[in-house]
Design a protein around this ligand. Structure first.
Ligand code: IDP
Length: 134
């Protein structure tokens, strides 16, 4: 059994896609264990994306992630980390296939609607970062 962390990013919430995104996880019969709306502070955004700090788009990424409310979800199930990444679609907007969340809703590589943990190691760290109050 695995757990993974999903963030519906500020553009997803602003565009009122929250319900439709959650629907995709439920359609796939994934279990939503916990969920809340909140914000990502600048300090936490920089920590969350520390692996990208040398990229030219890093300042835009931090401004984007702190631009409004987000929704945090904790999903649980067998192979849930890989299953959720499949539902999200590729990071590069040009590679995000139709039928995936990013492929269907995003037209930009930065503003791409959703985040999900990409490995067991990052899921553990990210769940601790955003669900430590549980
Ligand atoms: P992921 O979100 O699919 O795991 P990462 O490489 O960890 O991909 O990138 C984190 C976030 O940074 C992406 O979701 C996207 O918002 C942004 N990003 C990644 N690569 C680029 C890029 O080449 N240009 C602009 N923004 C990017």
């Amino acid at each position: 059994m695995e757990q993974t962390l999903v963030i519906i990013k500020p553009d997803g919430v602003k565009r009122k896609l929250t319900g439709r995104i959650i629907q995709r996880f439920e359609d796939k019969n994934l279990l939503i264990k916990e969920m809340y709306q909140g914000i990502v502070t600048e300090a936490v955004a920089k920590e969350h994306y520390a692996h990208l700090q040398d990229k030219p788009f890093f300042p835009d990424l931090i401004a984007y992630m702190t631009s409004g409310p987000v929704v945090f979800l904790l999903l649980e199930g067998t192979d849930v980390i890989a299953l959720v990444r499949q539902l999200l679609g590729a990071t590069n907007v040009l590679n995000a296939a139709a039928g995936t969340i990013r492929g269907d809703f995003a037209s930009s590589t930065t503003e791409n609607i959703v985040h999900a943990s990409d490995s067991k190691e990052s899921a553990e760290v990210e769940i601790q970062r955003f669900f430590s109050h549980l």
